[in-house]
Design a protein around this ligand. Structure first.
Ligand SMILES: Cc1ncc(C[n+]2csc(CCOP(=O)(O)OP(=O)(O)O)c2C)c(N)n1
Ligand SMILES: CC(=O)[C@@H](O)[C@H](O)COP(=O)(O)O
Ligand SMILES: [Mg+2]
Length: 630
């Protein structure tokens, strides 16, 4: 096997095209076999095999800097840069990361995970090179989906203006996670599928010449025609207008073409954009036929059937499914309800809602900033928008949440999925900060359901609340409780005491309520009587509860699946300080002031001490209760 002999990029430098094609097939087989065991991003990597081989044959990493966008398609890059042997540990705790990471390899130039950053990072590298008078190449590899992210165009604009020597390889497979959307995507489709646009330009010019030579008039007429149509007729004119030399579109699986064009790009001065057309899932029929479903696969997925064995026992409802079902129920009652997702239609669960209400579901592409202000505009227009967005991606829309939603106090509901430790995607994707960064924003209400039943009531409460409201919930599902027949409005800022107790109060939020209940059961066996409160709301807090606990001189543990700094525990401590109530013993438990690496979610929760055992250990470690204050 050729692949056995490949350990660094130099090992492929002298391979012939035939050998590269053979290596490509071996790499595809390697990916399919390994990902069937570990899970991970699948379709994107199968589609980037030849592209990555060509990059590493033409350019000299790490002297030349290759920067990946999102980085979910960089498994082949990792195979070629000495990490084949790490694939069994892919995305596992203390194992190889699922995205490029500078701490993992000298060939990983930039830590990625969020889309549309590669061109900006490449521009930074190239500018640093130029200041230092160095001469290496800088290449950004960005997908068509990531190209719908606004910051990609901010970087194109800057690079084109400066004229920096750099190469942007646009890997266009017509897919984001779901089929790609937007005018950019349509434009790329035109470039991809209809070369007649360039021949159309010739026809127009010939036709105009038929008017005979009107001297300057003909020339002006031709120029006007060309100018008015050029962004459609001349391939890549959009990118040319940004100051880039556009090359392509070329077949991103044809190695001779890839090599030729990459060599040409390497010799071209200034910013160059090479448009390659690939197939997501190439080489594995099931993935190629269902590139959205095979964007990523779970561990244990069946290579032959291309599916993951269903869980035998009925698992509790998964939150994305419950979200879609609840949204459909609510949308039937309220014609003003609309849903927005920034390119996460499958992950958010909204595919079913889109099928039911196609005219009320908006996938805006990888455009989180736009999605939030679009929601604000919809609200001003009389609609009831629900923005479905992962916690980590909401970070991209923070100013919009403040400037466009909160200041105007608009009735926008933000359904924050993947809030808490998402697990295998690691540092760039943990939903750690949403409580902290939203809590300080005036007008926002922040809540978290303890289970799937409360999830429905909270979403109902959210869409009927007249102001900005965020509901955060974890990746995965509920806990397996019965569901109420109908919805009920939850009183804003009111908690729910799920267990009475006199020795200590555990104030738990969302996914941590069940952890607190388990801890209370164990503490009970040791004669410690713990009160468990489902806080439900981080903002506003249940002040009556907190004042009551102060009167009782109760010790308090707070526990949340979000950063301790700035979280619900901070809010409780701030409350007592602002109320000038001193001497309270408060023990906040949450995510530490660290970026949490990849691993299975429960493993990570145990690693950071967000589990029942840690609560029990903390409570038992406390010194005997001081004399209760009168
Ligand atoms: C800011 C941000 N929003 C959303 C995502 C989720 N996401 C990961 S990959 C992906 C699709 C990327 O499409 P493309 O760039 O075309 O790459 P492909 O998967 O087609 O290779 C999305 C939306 C993300 N990583 N970052
Ligand atoms: C790379 C990326 O950002 C997405 O593919 C993300 O990994 C999806 O996460 P979920 O699997 O939680 O939907
Ligand atoms: Mg794509």
């Amino acid at each position: 096997m050729l692949l056995d002999k490949i350990n660094t990029p130099s090992d492929i430098k002298n391979l012939s095209v035939e050998q590269l094609n053979q290596l490509a097939e071996e790499i595809r087989q390697f990916l399919i076999e390994n990902l069937a065991t570990t899970g991970g991003h699948f379709g994107s990597n199968l589609g980037a095999v030849e592209l990555t081989l060509a990059l590493h044959q033409v350019f000299d990493s790490p002297k030349d800097k290759i920067i990946w966008d999102v980085g979910h398609q960089a498994y082949v890059h990792k195979i070629l840069t000495g990490r084949k042997h790490l694939f069994p540990s892919l995305r596992k705790f203390k194992g190889m990361a699922g995205f490029p990471k500078r701490s993992e390899s000298e060939h990983d130039m930039f830590d990625v995970g969020h889309a549309s950053t590669s061109i900006s990072a490449a521009m930074g590298y190239a500018t640093a090179r130029d200041i230092a008078g160095e001469d290496h190449k800088v290449i950004a590899v960005i997908g068509d989906g990531s190209m719908t992210g606004g910051m990609a165009f901010e970087a194109l604009n800057h690079a084109g203006h400066v004229g920096t020597d750099m190469l942007v390889v646009l890997n266009d497979n017509e897919m984001s996670i779901a089929p790609n959307v937007g005018a950019i995507s349509n434009y790329l489709t035109k470039l991809r599928v209809d070369p007649t646009y360039s021949s159309f330009k010739k026809d127009v010019v010939n036709f105009l010449h038929k008017f005979g030579d009107l001297g300057d008039k003909t020339t002006r007429l031709i120029d006007r025609f060309k100018d008015s149509f050029k962004s459609f007729i001349v391939p890549g004119m959009l990118f040319e207008e940004f100051g880039f030399t556009y090359l392509g579109p070329i077949n991103g699986h044809d190695l001779p073409t890839l090599l030729t064009y990459m060599q040409r790009a390497k010799k071209t001065k200034g910013p160059v954009l090479l448009h390659v057309v690939t197939q997501k899932g190439k080489g594995y029929a099931v993935a190629a036929d269902a590139p959205d479903k095979m964007h990523s696969v779970s561990k244990g997925f069946n290579v032959v059937k291309g599916d993951t064995p269903k869980v035998v026992k009925p698992a509790p409802p998964q939150y994305p499914n419950l979200f879609a079902e609840t949204m459909i129920e609510l949308a039937k009652r309220d014609p003003d309800l609309v849903a927005i997702t920034p390119a996460m239609l499958p992950g958010s669960g909204l595919i079913k809602f889109q099928e039911a209400f196609p005219e009320r579901c908006f996938d805006v592409g990888i455009a989180e900033q736009h999605s939030a202000t679009f929601a604000a505009g919809l609200a001003c227009g009389g609609k009831k928008p629900v923005l479905a967005i992962y916690s980590t991606f909401l970070q991209r829309a923070y100013d919009q949440a403040i400037h466009d939603i909160a200041i105007q106090n608009l009735p926008v509901t933000i359904a924050i999925d993947r809030a808490g430790l998402v697990g295998n995607d690691g540092e760039t994707h943990q939903g750690a900060f949403d409580i902290a960064f939203l809590r300080c924003v005036p007008n926002f209400t922040i809540m978290a359901p303890k289970d799937e039943n409360e999830f429905r009531h909270m979403l109902y409460t959210g869409v009927n609340h007249n102001g900005p409201i965020a509901m955060r919930y974890p990746r995965g599902g509920g806990v397996g409780v019965a569901m109420d027949a109908d919805f009920k409005m939850l009183p804003i800022g009111k908690s729910e005491t799920v267990r009475e107790g006199k020795d200590i109060a555990i104030l738990a939020l969302g996914s941590m309520v069940q952890v607190a209940e388990k801890a209370a059961d164990v503490l009970h066996e040791s004669g410690i009587d713990a009160k468990v409160v489902n806080m439900r709301f981080v903002k506003p807090l249940d002040e009556e509860l907190l004042l009551d606990l102060a009167k009782q001189g109760m010790r308090i543990v707070t526990i949340e699946e979000g950063s301790t700094i700035g979280g619900m525990g901070s809010a409780v401590m701030e409350f007592y300080a602002l109320q000038r109530i001193y001497g309270m013993e408060i023990y906040p438990m949450g995510l530490p002031d660290l970026f949490i690496e990849h691993g299975d979610p429960q493993q990570l929760l145990d690693h950071v001490g967000l589990n029942a055992d840690s609560v029990v250990e903390l409570v038992k470690s406390m010194a005997p209760l001081k004399q209760k204050r009168a």
